[in-house]
Design a protein around this ligand. Structure first.
Ligand code: ATP
Ligand SMILES: Nc1ccn([C@@H]2O[C@H](COP(=O)(O)O)[C@@H](O)[C@H]2O)c(=O)n1
Length: 231
């Protein structure tokens, strides 16, 4: 099967990967909006399939059950970076996919090869349709989904910085517990057999620990502009 995705004209395909809380979503949305590119949050797709399974009686502790059910939900992603959307069987899932229950189960679902094959196919087709270019963020975009991306970025940050960022989003949250949960999810995502969280050999690593979000966005915008070729 070919993994090459081609877009037209001066378009550019950007892959942004990294562990949880490194700033992938915030950076990708802002970069795409600034440069007039589409945006795809692949984590939202894995969250969406997990949410559907939890709501439809699938035992998410059983990879065989997950594999059998994987093709049943219809997941649609909207790629406007200023208003990204995600629906499952026509229902808006953008809120429910962010619950603690989904976050704690998503790594088990996303590790199942049948799930990854379906979602990867969907991601490639969305990227191919984005004729003006796209920023795609996730865990395996540079290594597996879009290995021919024009630019690959791997964002990192210390666990302490990432936990502080996440805790800042939820009033009264426990910093140590947030840090442990992030580390646990990263370990599961990095340790799975099928397309684990990993830096592509040709990705540019950006450590965001000491950078503001604004600085990270500017850095990535500069890197994209260097890659963008006129039509
Ligand atoms: N460089 C930064 N400095 C400070 N805060 C940041 C920075 N980058 C992102 N943030 C904040 O950290 C939080 C997590 O960022 P974001 O959701 O973009 O990370 P992510 O890598 O997409 O996480 P996940 O993979 O878990 O979805 C957000 O509240 C965001 O505003
Ligand atoms: N390319 C990807 C993207 C995400 N995942 C899985 O989804 C989980 C949620 O991702 P967020 O970015 O929304 O936090 C993540 O922990 C992975 O299990 C993936 O496998 N591949």
């Amino acid at each position: 099967m070919s993994t090459t995705v081609e877009t037209a004209g001066s378009s550019v395909i950007v892959a942004i990967d990294g562990p949880s809380g490194t700033g992938k979503s915030s950076t990708s949305k802002a970069v795409a909006a600034k440069l007039g590119l589409s945006y795809l949050d692949t984590g939202a797709q894995y969250r969406a399939i997990t949410w559907w399974m939890l709501n439809n009686g699938v035992d998410v502790g059983d990879p065989v059950e997950i594999a059998h059910a994987a093709a049943r939900p219809v997941i649609v992603s909207g790629t406007d970076p200023t208003a990204p959307t995600i629906t499952v069987d026509g229902e808006d899932a953008s809120g429910p996919i962010r619950t603690q229950e989904v976050t704690s189960k998503v790594s088990a679902v996303s590790a199942v090869p049948e799930v990854r094959a379906l979602i990867t196919r969907l991601q490639r087709s969305i990227a191919a349709d984005a004729t003006g270019g796209i920023v795609v963020e996730g865990r395996d975009i540079g290594t597996t989904v879009l290995p021919d991306a024009d630019l690959k970025i791997f964002l990192t940050a210390s666990p302490e910085a990432r936990a502080a960022r996440r805790s800042g989003e939820v009033k009264g949250s426990d910093l140590a517990a947030t840090r442990e949960a992030l580390i646990k999810r990263d370990a599961a995502d990095s340790g799975r057999a099928t397309s684990p969280l990993a830096k592509a050999d040709d990705a540019i690593e950006v450590d965001t620990t000491e950078l503001t979000l604004h600085q990270v966005i500017e850095c990535v915008v500069t890197l994209v502009e260097e890659k963008r070729v006129p039509a």
